[in-house]
Design a protein around this ligand. Structure first.
Ligand SMILES: Nc1nc2c(c(=O)[nH]1)N=C([C@H](O)[C@H](O)COP(=O)(O)OP(=O)(O)OP(=O)(O)O)CN2
Length: 364
């Protein structure tokens, strides 16, 4: 599959709204407020940014300028039916960015909608449960073989062609489908639940898919966060895991004008998310052990963390769009299943390199 490089940006805004098209008695028909986040993904052509390596900064600036009109506003004064989908349309129509791929609105940390250029919406909602488990098929010295527990998070993703409608799959429908699943999983010992005798993230994602999909044909993916840094997507056919790492590094934009502070050394707390697609290992009930991903990535991590990134070998510009390509190359031998890399310099702002299925985004 061919490689695609996206720049991504996010910008928060605080606003109030009423959503009058919801059924009589729905709480969101009343005036209420949210801390929204708008986020965009674009394939930026060469030459759009004022200098090489400035693509992400220019995208972030353009998004911030666009949503400034929504900040501290009554959204119904701006558009009559301010659903997340219509807000995404509003941003999309006004954002003068070439190569725009998707525009999303996250109305709370737990729900949002991403819209592509063909009026196709991807709606997601995140849930949480607390449970214990152990993995009975791992090696005797593996920590996950011991009884332990997690605050698991689950995202249900649903897709729909909007065809001009104000709303896609209803968040309330996702919530209603979650209620019995929460009841089955919350404060339980997962290994005792039929079908979850080997409760890896992969098995859990598939178990959830098998229960939700018959009730919701629009379901496109189930994501399970086993820890804050690792999880698994299942779309009915393929498993894809992710593992996150954070590193603290210095950087300079060597192509920025000499009087621009970004030309000199500055720094970020980076978030890196590695996505790997692999067939299920039927013995372990997982694809690749998250711990193995971390261990195999460790020699590369050591070159990044607490270092100046511009000093990495064969890297003349250390902006996210360049670093993701460097990372692909650096990981190729150790992690051949890797097919997407997300790299954020600041929350929601960075670059994404993908050479497999794009798959769903994760919330900020
Ligand atoms: N592909 C899978 N790999 C692993 C699973 C799994 O379900 N699927 N499960 C585990 C363990 O249950 C473990 O609790 C979680 O793994 P890990 O990310 O390694 O946890 P850490 O606490 O070590 O995370 P760090 O943030 O890296 O410290 C293992 N693998």
């Amino acid at each position: 599959m061919s490689e695609r490089l996206f720049h991504v940006a996010a910008a928060p805004f605080e606003a109030a709204r009423r959503v009058a098209i919801l059924p009589e008695g729905h709480r969101a028909r009343r005036l209420h407020g949210h801390g929204f986040v708008a986020r965009v993904r674009a394939e930026i052509p060469d030459g759009w940014a004022p200098f090489r390596g400035g693509e992400g900064d220019r995208l972030t600036q353009a998004l911030g300028d666009c949503i400034a009109e929504l900040d501290y506003r009554d959204l119904n004064e701006v558009l009559p039916i301010p659903t997340d989908e219509n807000l995404a349309r509003w941003v999309r129509q006004r954002l003068a960015v070439p190569g725009l791929d998707s525009v999303g609105i996250q109305s709370t940390p737990h729900q949002g909608a991403d819209l592509d250029g063909r009026d196709h919406v991807h709606v997601w909602r995140r849930f949480r449960f607390e449970a214990a488990h152990h993995l009975p098929r791992v090696a005797a010295d593996h920590p996950c073989g011991r009884l332990h527990g997690h605050g698991f998070e689950v995202i249900l993703h649903a897709d729909q062609d909007l065809a001009g409608h104000d709303m896609g799959p209803d968040f309330d429908r996702l919530e209603a489908l979650w209620v019995p699943l929460h009841e089955a999983l919350h404060q339980r010992y997962l290994n005792e639940i039929p079908g979850l005798e080997n409760p890896t993230s992969e098995m859990l994602a598939r178990w959830l898919w098998d229960r939700v999909r018959p009730e919701l044909p629009a379901l496109s993916c189930v994501s399970v966060y086993e820890t804050a840094t690792a999880g698994c997507h299942f779309d009915g056919r393929h498993f894809r895991i992710w593992k996150e790492q954070r590193f603290e590094s210095a950087v300079r934009r060597v192509h920025a004008p000499a009087d621009d502070p970004r030309h000199g050394w500055h720094g970020h707390s980076y978030l890196l998310r590695l996505h790997l697609t692999a067939p299920l290992d039927e013995v372990h009930g997982w694809t690749i052990d998250y711990g193995d991903v971390k261990a195999l990535f460790a020699p590369i991590y050591r070159q990044l963390d607490h270092h100046p990134l511009n000093d990495l070998p064969h890297l003349d510009e250390a902006a996210p769009g360049h670093l993701v390509s460097w990372l692909r190359e650096a990981c190729a031998a150790a992690l051949p299943q890797l097919d997407r890399i997300d790299l954020y310099e600041t929350p929601g702002c960075g670059a994404l390199l993908c050479w497999g299925d794009l798959g769903p985004n994760l919330p900020l």
